[in-house]
Design a protein around this ligand. Structure first.
Ligand code: DOR
Length: 423
């Protein structure tokens, strides 16, 4: 059965044009005017874009299925317009060997979006011994990270880079020096002083960014910086790229939409790691996304149970949901042309994840049909209870945003129609 997406503005890496798009048997078969198909998806007033790619999603399986499963997280992704997600390895057991990778990929194969997984850089993410990256790479793992933790030991990180370069995979770093971050629960600055909450200084992130730029230059191995949150980090990455060092970077949605002042409510929904920073850092993240210093928007979707997030601020776990709100927040807050927002969510992360040709477009005949259709003008109010996620830790409750996903197509299957999931 063929599907025609009618009357939308098609945006991909090659430009923009008004066109119908016909999908059949998993592929795009025609792009043009006055096309027909068995099923019609209305896209008038909408953008037809490559399905989005999230480089950073905590799907919690195996081990914390009470907060999220690969299936529920994938539905949250679908509602956010994502056709592919990269799962983070801080599960229980951690994704640090072929057996766990296989388990995650098997569960992912039944999910509505394409689920890729990262693998840990070190055994159990403990930072002491390199994980068997080769056996995970053989199963298709492209991105390795100890996310949740940074790799503390410079010598070990150097070895990991040399190993990764030989395998043709990318290391992604959660930049945080533990000895500076220990005991902190929010950004260290004026608001942490006022609130009496111990802080994590910007330098905890920046020192590791600095170190890994040096190690990338030294080894020639590419490094991807995860969820950069400070002006200093972004300035260093910008300069390193200009100097030809093989670094890339992502920014999480919350770091360009929220600030440390939001923690003044003492509501742990605003607790996240790296922490929300002052407005000047938030503005630097926006500038980095606008000028190309930062390649991609990632969600850092981090579901936690109500029970966990209702503990006092210093006892609650860090993390917030992000998959269902990323597009709207980017369109509402970034003040960028729609095509640039689409690039930050699709072809640029797709390139980092090694998914070019599968996700991220271009929208042309014979390409795999991974697409999302969104209305860039629709305004809506975020309701934490209206979610496909198993968790509710959404920091944007009651916020009115602009831009809403209408339809999502993955591998030719229409899995979301007018925001309604189609299992
Ligand atoms: O806020 C965070 N939550 N930061 C992390 O690094 C881990 C994540 C999680 O797994 O909840």
């Amino acid at each position: 059965m063929s599907t025609v997406i009618k009357g939308g503005l098609v945006i991909d890496q090659t430009g923009e044009r008004t066109a119908d798009v016909v999908v059949d048997d998993g592929r795009i078969v025609a792009v043009g005017t006055d096309l027909s198909g068995d099923e019609i998806l209305d896209a008038s007033g909408c953008v037809v874009a490559p399905g989005f790619v999230d480089l950073h999603a905590h799907l919690r399986q195996p081990g914390a299925e009470e907060a999220e499963t690969i299936e529920t997280g994938s539905w949250a992704a679908i509602r956010g317009g994502f056709s592919a997600v990269v799962a983070m390895p801080n599960t229980n057991p951690p994704i640090d060997c072929a057996a766990v990778v296989q388990e995650v990929l098997a569960l992912g194969a039944k999910a509505p979006c394409d689920v890729y997984t990262s693998g840990a850089i070190t055994v159990e993410r403990k930072g002491a011994q390199l994980a068997p990256m080769a056996e995970m790479a053989e199963l298709g793992v492209r991105l390795f990270t100890d996310d949740g933790n940074g790799v503390q030991e410079a010598g070990l990180m150097r070895r990991a880079m040399e190993y990764a370069a030989g395998l043709g995979v990318i290391l992604a770093q959660h930049c945080e020096v533990d000895s500076l971050a220990a005991g902190g629960h929010m950004h260290e600055g004026e608001w942490s002083s006022r609130l009496g909450i111990p802080g994590v200084p910007a330098e905890a992130e920046e020192l590791m960014v600095m170190r890994d730029i040096a190690l990338s230059r030294f080894t020639g191995a590419p490094v991807h910086f995860q969820h950069l949150s400070t002006r200093g980090s972004i300035a260093m990455v910008r300069a390193a790229r200009q100097a030809g060092v093989a670094v890339t970077a992502e920014a999480a949605t919350h770091h360009f939409t929220l600030t440390d002042e939001d923690c003044a409510s003492y509501d742990p929904v605003f607790k996240v790691n790296p922490p929300l920073r002052p407005a000047d850092d938030r503005d630097a993240v926006r500038e980095g996304l606008a000028d190309g210093a930062v390649d991609a928007i990632a969600t850092d979707h981090a579901p936690h149970t109500m029970d966990a997030k209702e503990r006092p601020f210093d006892q609650a776990p860090p993390g917030m949901l992000g998959l269902e709100t990323a597009l709207a927040l980017a369109l509402t807050e970034l003040n960028l042309p729609v095509a640039e927002v689409v690039g930050l969510l699709s072809w640029r992360p797709a390139a980092i994840a090694g998914l070019k040709g599968v996700h991220g477009g271009p929208i042309v005949p014979d390409a795999p049909a991974n697409l999302c259709v969104f209305d860039p003008q629709e305004t809506w109010t975020v309701d934490p209870h209206d979610t496909a996620s198993r968790s509710r830790n959404n920091p944007y409750a009651e916020r009115t945003v602009r831009g809403r996903v209408r339809h999502t197509i993955v591998g030719g299957q229409t899995v979301l129609v007018d925001q309604v999931m189609r299992p």
